[in-house]
Design a protein around this ligand. Structure first.
Ligand SMILES: [Cu+2]
Length: 275
């Protein structure tokens, strides 16, 4: 009876392993960018390791509850144990090893994902601002920009079409330069499995190569004020000629620091608070 229950549970788990489950329910696919396969593997393998440790721990707990339960005729306390040095050393070393293993693989993937060995054919200077995005493209020696206007999410359909849209050519290495015009934002394209803060006064970078044509959602992932939830953008990964055509429609130039919010704002705030 036990065997049948176990076998049917195993069958359920194994046949339920669709593509989506194998990727640990992550959005996109392994091939969405040059980094998504590695990140997916780290995620899924971490889950497998965590589940194995969990099953072992739950098993040991259950075994203790059953094996050392109070039997008929038992009275008083069971034998009390304290200061078992070998056990305590094991309790310290085993978790340290587990943290070490997770750290090792995380660090490895992080270094690989953040490496910028490839010369980018496109540089996008992304400027986060309350509550939208400016995209500055540098491609083939030309500079073009698009100005983002905040999405108006009023419950009407079609709001997505008015969001700023980031265009990327497929199979070409991109360097994102992430800048903020005012407060801390975070640049996130969920399907790309990468996210990075945009901090006023410094430039963070993401390097990747989009590998699949398609439309993706982007958003700000750092609570940045009243309309943070409207700080959305679209991502279109297109063929190279379509990308060139799109760039042609944009004005030439670059919207840089000169459009950042007054850097003296901190003094202003202090002055108002002092009143
Ligand atoms: Cu934001």
């Amino acid at each position: 009876m036990k065997g049948i229950a176990l076998a049917s549970a195993a069958a359920l788990v194994l046949t339920g392993c669709s593509e989506q489950v194998q990727r640990g329910w992550l959005p996109g696919s392994r091939e969405t960018t040059s980094n998504t396969a590695e990140i997916t593997d780290l995620w899924v393998n971490s889950w497998i390791a965590a589940l194995a440790v969990g099953l072992l721990t739950w098993g040991l707990m259950l075994w203790c509850m059953v094996a050392y339960r109070r039997r008929k005729g038992d009275s008083g306390y069971p034998r009390q144990l304290a200061y078992n040095i070998p056990l305590e050393i094991m309790y310290t070393i085993v978790p340290l090893v587990m943290v070490g293993v997770l750290f090792f693989y995380t660090d490895q993937v992080q270094r690989s994902v953040d490496s910028d060995e490839e010369e980018p054919s496109l540089v996008v200077d992304v400027r986060g601002k309350q509550w939208s995005w400016d995209f500055n493209y540098e491609y083939d020696g030309e500079q073009r920009y698009s100005v983002g206007v905040q999405g108006q999410l009023d419950g009407e359909s079609g709001a997505q079409e008015d969001l700023p849209t980031l265009y990327l050519p497929v199979d070409e290495p991109v360097e994102f330069q992430l800048n903020s015009r005012d407060v801390v934002h975070s640049f996130w394209i969920p399907a790309f499995l990468q996210k990075r803060d945009m901090v006023p006064g410094r430039t963070n970078e993401i390097h990747l190569t989009p590998q699949e044509v398609g439309s993706f959602d982007g958003k700000c992932a750092e609570l940045c004020g009243e309309y943070h939830s409207e700080m959305l953008f679209n991502v279109e990964v297109v063929e190279e000629d379509e990308f060139r055509e799109y760039l042609e429609t944009l004005p030439e130039g670059h919207l840089g620091d000169e459009y950042d919010r007054n850097t003296n704002r901190h003094d202003d705030v202090t002055a108002t608070e002092g009143d």
